[in-house]
Design a protein around this ligand. Sequence first.
Ligand code: F0G
Length: 458
Amino acid sequence: MQLPFAESFKIKMVETIQKSTRPEREQWIKEAKYNLFNLKSNQVFIDLLTDSGTGAMSDKQWSELMLGDESYAGASSYYKMKNAIQAILGFPYFLPTHQGRAAENVLFSVLVKEGMLVPGNSHFDTTKGHIEFRKATAIDCTIHEAFDTTVYHDFKGNVDLEKLEMVLKSNPLEKIPMIIMTITNNSAGGQPVSMQNLRDVYALAQKYGIRVVFDSARFAENAYFIKMREKGYENKSIKEIVQEMFSYADVMTMSAKKDAIVNMGGFIGFKDEELFKQASVFGIVFEGFITYGGMSGRDMNALAQGLDEGTEFDTLDSRIKQTAYLGSRLKEFGVPMQEPFGGHAIFVDVKRFLPHLPKEEFPAQTLAIELYLEAGIRAVEIGAIMADRDPITRENRFPDLELIRMAIPRRTYTNNHMDYVAVALGNVFARRNEIKRGVKIVKEAPIMRHFTVELERL
Ligand code: F0G
């Protein structure tokens, strides 16, 4: 008999989580103005809001905290992080930042000016936010298969090379400071980009003399999918695949809260010393001196250790198989999802889950609220609320995909928790026709409104 899959870790410390009753949740979500970001964490039983900063560090990472060097300048922790970034990712220069969006802020302060265009596969919302905040435009060149959840494609994070070349051909090149490749493509459902596509994008970029930046939050998961799905990589180690992936990038931004498995931290990696020097100026203004940039020494140590663990096959195998386990359980209940399942999360296709709700009533947010009421599970809307208004027309934008994302923290929940989530969402699916109305916006911020939006149920 073939042995079943089992995780490559055991648990050394536990944290209690709270169950609640439906009347309690009715009250709490109302007080939270139907925005799940406003809930207190003890009002949530299973928290799938994000896999960012919510993972469990290893015993080795916790040990590294004790070895942190908190010197203002030249800390050994800085050099530990520098060596890990050089050895694992191949970037000789780097700036620490307190998280991923801070890396975007520092880098884009050098590169992005009003009126510029930044093509790529789907930009994450903070990336797009930092581009639009500078009155520039993010252009999504992701392959069309990514926007149809019923189509199978091994690499739905890929860029459509023709779409991309059209942008490069039909605009003055000085208006295009970079191409951004988000690996994995979070907005399309945690979908990977193939090595072939990374190679092709880089070749195209070189032809036009444009730099390539990887938004690398989940680069290791991307490498895992390349190993499992792309011909020629099945016998390569994750670290070998990672090396090749980053050979097709000039710069990387990193939210280390994901694949480096730390609670806080990020960085920018550079191959070009001149760009590193220019960015250092903004790094110092926004984040801190070059050798700590918004991070404690102990956190830089944990990050360096996390980069090593996060690029081990067994770590990734446990993680991505857990995501797939939740997906396969939900499939039994008929729940429509983005497929193939992504690395860090299951994305539920709400247009197919609640087809009777008009888009103006924000069906994905409505479903996230229903799932919370059902079982105290917190997911996140990735739909029209997160898409914000068009910066010029101020009309609501309605993206092709209206999703809820259930992101799975690394090494945190067991498969019993996944079963609980699957049954809860299965129950909501069974009574989906009783969900007759959605929500309306009462108050919203001009940009990245989903964090603070206030809603009412219709
Ligand atoms: N890029 C990607 C692809 C991301 O997923 C995120 C964050 C960032 C950049 C920004 O990094 O949060 O460290 O400032 N994603 C989190 C998420 C918030 O829930 O997917 P950050």
